[in-house]
Design a protein around this ligand. Structure first.
Ligand code: 5AD
Ligand code: SF4
Length: 477
C-alpha cells in the first residue's frame, strides 16, 4: 500500500542530505514523498539548533501540526535533526501529539521505529548516539533526487568545540565515511544525472584523520576521477586544518571548483581565542594569500558572528577591518545566540540586542560593496556555467524584478552557477531543434553582461563546452 511522507527540512545542507536519506529508507515501506501536508500519513520535521531562531522556527511549525493531528488521528508526526537530539524526551511532554523524537544518529533505525508506531501506536524517543559511523548508516538508494547538483555527507559530527557552537553536542563525535563508500555513492548519483557534488562535513579538512583513512585531498583526487562528474565542491573548512596539500588541489584537480568557504568568525584575536578557534588572524590571512597565489580566480566566502560575549567596539572594528582586508566574494553574518551546552552561554559580557543588530547591519553593509564590486569585475568576461534549471519564480524582493537588460521578449529564462558559485541568469531563444528542457545539466559558456548585488546576467556565446547534458547545445553546428 502506498503512503505519503512529507518532510519539512530546516537548517543546513547536511539536513537536506539527511532528508534524502530518510526518503530512501522509507521508500521500501511504501512511502512516497508529498509536498502537501494535508495528504501526508507521516510528517517529519527535520530541525536545526544552530541558533535560537532556528529552534523557534521548528517549534512554531510543530505547533501548527496539532490541528492537523486533531483532524486525522492516524497521522504520524516525527521530529528529527538537531533540536530533537538536543531536547529529546522533553518534546514529548511539551507536544503530546508528537509520536516520535529521533536524534541525528537514528535515521537508519527510522523504518523499524515507524513500523512499531504503526502497529502499536506507541510513542518513541530515540536519541542514542554512536562514537563511530557504521557502514549501514548510509544508504544509496533508491535514489530520489532529480537535481543536477547533490550533497554527499562524507563525515559526521565535530570534535572542535568552538565555545559558541552546539554541533559537537547534537551531532556527536567526528567520524568519517570510508572513501570507497563515498566514491560509490557519487558514481550512483552520476548514473542518475547528477553533474556536481558538494561534499559535506563540519570540518572536511580533517576528513579521515581520526580513522587513519586517506586525507581529504586524496579523497578529492579519487572523486575527480569519476567519469561523468563535472564539478566538485565542499563545505565547511576549518582554517586551522586547511593543509598545503588541500590548497594545491585547487591547482591540480580540474573538477574542483575555485571556491572555498573558510569561516573566520571574527577579526579579533582576543575573540577568536575565547571562541576556541585555535588560529589567529595572521595565520588566516596567510592561508588566504596562499590560496590566491595557487588559484588566483578562487572565490573566498566566510561566516562572521557578531556580538560574541565580551566583544568590544575595538574587537568589532577589527572584524570590519579584516573583512575589508580580505575582500570576500560573499559573507554570511550571524548575531551571536546562546546555545544550551555551549560554554559561551555561560560567558560574561553579553551584549544588548540593539548593539548586536547594529553590528550585524554594519557587517552586511561593509560586505555589500565587495560583493557587487566582485560581480562587476566579471562583466565582459566569459564564464562557464552549469545550468541547474529554469530561473526560480521571481518574487517582489528579488532583484530579478529589476529590468535587467533590454532582454528579448521571447525566450525562456534559465539559471546556473559559475565555478565560483555565482548565480547567472540568461535567456535561451527557443528554436525548432533545441527544446528548452535540453539545457539542464549542461556547462555552457556565457558572456557576462550585467552584475547585480547577488547574481549576474549573461548571454549564451556560440562556444559549446559541456558534453554532459542530454541533447545538443542550442548554438552548436
Ligand atoms: N550563534 C550565532 N552564530 C552561530 N554559528 C554557529 N553557532 C552560532 C551561535 N551560537 C554560525 C557560525 C557557523 C555558522 C554555520 O553558524 O558562523 O560557521
Ligand atoms: Fe561548530 Fe566549530 Fe565544529 Fe564548526 S568547527 S561545527 S563552528 S564546533
Amino acid at each position: 500500500m502506498t503512503k505519503k511522507i512529507h518532510i519539512n527540512t530546516m537548517g543546513c545542507q547536511m539536513n537536506v542530505y539527511d532528508s534524502g536519506q530518510i526518503l530512501n529508507r522509507m521508500a521500501p515501506l511504501g512511502y512516497t514523498p508529498t509536498e502537501e501536508l494535508a495528504e501526508a500519513d507521516l510528517i517529519i520535521v527535520n530541525t536545526c539548533a544552530i541558533r535560537a531562531k532556528a529552534e523557534q522556527k521548528a517549534f512554531s511549525f510543530l505547533g501548527r501540526l496539532a490541528t492537523l493531528k486533531g483532524l486525522k488521528p492516524e497521522l504520524i508526526i516525527g521530529i528529527g535533526g538537531c533540536v530533537a537530539q538536543q531536547e529529546g524526551r522533553k518534546i514529548m511532554s511539551r507536544m503530546p501529539y508528537v509520536d516520535l523524537v529521533f536524534g541525528t544518529h537514528a535515521i537508519p533505525r527510522l523504518p523499524s521505529i515507524i513500523e512499531r508506531i504503526t502497529a502499536t501506536r506507541c510513542r518513541i524517543v530515540d536519541v542514542k548516539q554512536a562514537p563511530t559511523l557504521a557502514p549501514e548508516d548510509f544508504t544509496t538508494g533508491p535514489f530520489t533526487a532529480t537535481d543536477v547538483s547533490a550533497f554527499v555527507t562524507i563525515m559526521r559530527g565535530c570534535d572542535n568545540y568552538c565555545t559558541y557552537c552546539v554541533v559537537p553536542y547534537v551531532r556527536g563525535r567526528e567520524s568519517s565515511r570510508p572513501p570507497e563508500q563515498v566514491v560509490s555513492e557519487i558514481r550512483h548519483m552520476v548514473a542518475h544525472g547528477v553533474r556536481e557534488v558538494t561534499l559535506l562535513g563540519q570540518n572536511v579538512n580533517s576528513y579521515g584523520q581520526k580513522e587513519g583513512l586517506c586525507t581529504f585531498d586524496q579523497l578529492l583526487a579519487m572523486i575527480d576521477g569519476i567519469d561523468g562528474l563535472e564539478r566538485i565542491r565542499f563545505t565547511t573548512s576549518h582554517p586551522k586544518d586547511l593543509s598545503p596539500a588541500l590548497m594545491q588541489a585547487f591547482a591540480q584537480l580540474p573538477k574542483l571548483c575555485p571556491h572555498i568557504h573558510l569561516p573566520v568568525q571574527s577579526g579579533s584575536d582576543a575573540t577568536l581565542k575565547r571562541m576556541n578557534r585555535r588560529y589567529d588572524t595572521r595565520h588566516y590571512i596567510e592561508k588566504v594569500a596562499r590560496l590566491r597565489q595557487i588559484r588566483p580566480d578562487i572565490a573566498i566566502t566566510s561566516d562572521i558572528i557578531v556580538g560574541f560575549p565580551g566583544e568590544t567596539q575595538a574587537d568589532f572594528e577589527a572584524t570590519l577591518q579584516l573583512i575589508r582586508q580580505i575582500g570576500y566574494d560573499g559573507l554570511f553574518a550571524f548575531i551571536y545566540s546562546d546555545r544550551p551546552n555551549a560554554p559561551a552561554a555561560r560567558f560574561d559580557g553579553k551584549l544588548d540586542e540593539a548593539t548586536k543588530k547594529e553590528r550585524l547591519q554594519a557587517v552586511l553593509t561593509c560586505q555589500e560593496t565587495f560583493t557587487l564590486q566582485k560581480n562587476k569585475a566579471l562583466v565582459g568576461s566569459a564564464q562557464q556555467v552549469l545550468v541547474d534549471g529554469l530561473s526560480k519564480h521571481v518574487s517582489n524582493e528579488n532583484e530579478m524584478d529589476e529590468p535587467v537588460l533590454d532582454a528579448p521578449s521571447t525566450g525562456v529564462q534559465w539559471s546556473g552557477r559559475t565555478g565560483t558559485n555565482r548565480i547567472v541568469h540568461f535567456l535561451n531563444e527557443p528554436s525548432a531543434d533545441s527544446g528548452n528542457e535540453m539545457l539542464t545539466g549542461r556547462i555552457l559558456e556565457l558572456m557576462i553582461e550585467k552584475a547585480m548585488p547577488h547574481s549576474l546576467w549573461g548571454r549564451l556565446t556560440p562556444h559549446p563546452i559541456g558534453s554532459s547534458g542530454k541533447g545538443a547545445h542550442p548554438y552548436a553546428a
